[in-house]
Design a protein around this ligand. Structure first.
Ligand code: PEP
Length: 248
């Protein structure tokens, strides 16, 4: 089970260091054994990656970026390369988040391209897919997932353990609306039926109150958490739930 916190455009270096120190206090109290059952990732903004890496060194909690470019270097203003992330101690990257698709023109192809390049460099990848409300109401969820996952499958025909797909229904992100456990289970089963990826995470208003019912569904292998990852208590509560479900 993988629990990843996507901080979006929140927390500069100082707030990042304070959050990570709080996370380490939790780890210290729980003992490493508890945490060893699951994988925990935090994804701060680029400028805070260094602070997170420094603070979480040797903790087992890994730091991901929220995006990565496929080129080694070049005229790509605003982008960050794989080797820059690796040199900063970053373990992976989120690609194709719906906010990148919605506001910054990210496409199925660019998402797949970014993901394939990051994996090739040895980074972990969380590649996001998911339908909008209009698409769900128009009964297009399956077509959308087939198209989005199909683009990833074309670029990454043999997904290894370093790749996770995050199923994030766009209408459930940051809205407080959550997919029903059945919706999540069906979407995850569909993704696994069309692509042999080991891990499919659910994302969309995951919080301590709904974590158990979502994480206990078949084919739900973890969560990508936005809002509830910004404070130590709710984030660690979700991690605890995942660890408990992994034990049982
Ligand atoms: C996300 O940012 O990927 C996300 C799922 O956000 P939230 O948990 O706030 O809906």
């Amino acid at each position: 089970m993988l629990i990843a916190g996507n901080w979006k455009m929140h927390k500069g270096p100082g707030e990042t260091a304070a959050f990570c120190a709080g996370l380490l206090t939790y780890v210290g109290e729980q003992g490493m054994e508890e945490l060893d059952r699951i994988e925990v990732v935090v994804a701060p903004p680029f400028v805070s990656l260094h602070a997170a890496v420094e603070e979480l060194e040797e903790s087992g909690i890994r730091v991901y970026a929220q995006n990565v470019h496929w080129a080694e270097e070049g005229a790509f203003t605003g982008e960050v390369s794989r080797s820059m992330l690796i040199a900063s101690g970053v373990a992976g990257a989120i690609v194709g988040h719906s906010e990148r698709r919605q506001y910054f023109g990210e496409t199925d192809e660019s998402t797949a391209h970014r993901g394939a390049a990051a994996l090739e460099a040895g980074l972990g990848v969380i590649a996001c897919v998911g339908e909008t409300l209009e698409e769900r109401e128009g009964d297009e969820t399956e077509d959308v997932l087939r198209r989005q996952v199909g683009a990833i499958a074309e670029a990454i025909p043999e997904p290894g353990a370093a790749l996770s797909i995050a199923y994030e229904p766009v209408w459930a992100i940051g809205t407080g609306k959550t997919a029903t456990p059945e919706m999540a289970r069906d979407a995850h089963a569909l993704i696994k039926s069309i692509y042999p990826v080991e891990r499919v995470l659910y994302g969309g208003s995951v919080k301590p109150e709904n974590a158990e019912e979502l994480l206990s569904q078949d084919d739900v292998d973890g969560a990508l958490v936005g809002g509830a990852s910004l404070e130590v208590d709710p984030f660690t509560a979700i991690c605890e739930t995942a660890a408990r479900l992994t034990r049982s």
